[in-house]
Design a protein. Sequence first.
Length: 521
Amino acid sequence: MRTRGYFNFTLILAGLCAWTVAAATDWPQFGYDQAHSGFNASENGYSTSSGNQLLFSYSLPTPVDSAPIYLGNVSTDSGTKNLLFLIARNGTLLVLDADTTTLELIWSEQPTGSGSLTTGSPVVDPNGQYVYAYALDGKVHKYQVGDGTEITSGGWPEVSTLKPDVEKGASSLSIATTPQGNFLYSVTDGYIGDSNDYQGHVTTIDLNTGSQNVFNAMCSQLSMHFVKAGTANVDDCDLEGTSSSHGTGQMGGIWGRPGVVYDSAKNRIFFATGNGIFDANQTTGNHFDWGDSVLALNSDGTGLGNGMPLDSATPKPFVVDYAWPADQDLGSTSPAVLPSTSTSLPHLAVQGGKEGCVRLFNLDNLNGHNAPGYADPSVAPELNSSTSCSTDGVGAQIRTQPAVWVNPANGATWFYIATDSKIFGYQLIIDNSGNASLSKQWNRSNGGTSPVVANGEVYYVSSAHVYALDATTGNPIWSDTSIGTIHWQSPILVNGRVYAIDNASRLWVYRLDGVFRGGFD
């Protein structure tokens, strides 16, 4: 059961006692919201040059290679608690008391299965009653948040893949609240090395009915979960046979950190695929393989029918004779939706990739033809094609999710990208004619995982560092060197606390030094 609660802060100023009440905030999925912006607009805490306080750290019972999520004021057998939910690499869902200085495991579940690891975050439903987690059996499981009781009716647990030994849930689960209802999204990728018979796909689950829609990045004309070593183009999409080295890279895994991104303005989901054949070019034929593309679907996971998404964009390098395994997945990140003040380009997104390019796309018309599948090897679909890799690029692989922020001082849209070696601050520029471009404003050494933003400050975790930077200048505000090395683990910032996990299976919790940005916010 979920209860409603508040945090009370007592301020004594000039001998007077005044009260202010700040409502508790949740962090229910990767990136905070259904667009996975990484921006917590409800956060009142901030860092100062005097530094934050390390409240506590402790070892977790098993390694976790993902970001936690947070749900406050949950009724449990041991009282009302603020809870952290984490998915371990071995598929265990760990539920911890977020406030105790030593490990207090409220409950945990580990469904058995043939998979070997998972690296995504769980997700909490919009009502805060249930938490959903991908497990190594290839299914999404549904549990009551307070005691871990599993729901095993209405289609649950729901299938995400029928071959979990060769396909894994590398990305986080996500939920969108749409005019058509609440939908959960689960995506798949292969295991390290891009071997075996795997294909990326999106499973969309209607949380009201339990019904599913499946969109396959490869052989999209088949709307089903494929079986291992099945019949090609009947119940599987192994285009070259189970003994193949997959030299043409038909797999199209989906592994951006949030999986799919929901844009409420378009009422669509967007995602990007990795290494794979692209042969869906409508100028040369009607085929169904969407490797290294940005794709759009309805919020219920459907497209136009007959294997066609609603829209698509495939950059020039991936249209003809893509030399897999060049290891330059377009889909090493998910699209990041950018708020736009342009009347001619109101719906925009940026897409990173292993090439190090930062591509700007028009979500109203991804490829310039107002239809999916069109790809011209001589014309780039992105708005910034001439500069996406040179001026706008970062010169290194992008495998993290950008954080997006609108500066309240002037309405400017910013986004932040971290690589292994640097972090970059970009601004979306809209000129007087409504044209859009990107401007790289700053960069700093010491890269890390996916950043988050609150109160004009960018937070991220690097190996052996946690940083807070000024969002407009990149100037350092605070850092701490207590934490260990990291991989996919990224921080969350909620209710004045930063939560982060490292490769040593240790949870680190910091309290922000400041409570209010300016007076009684």
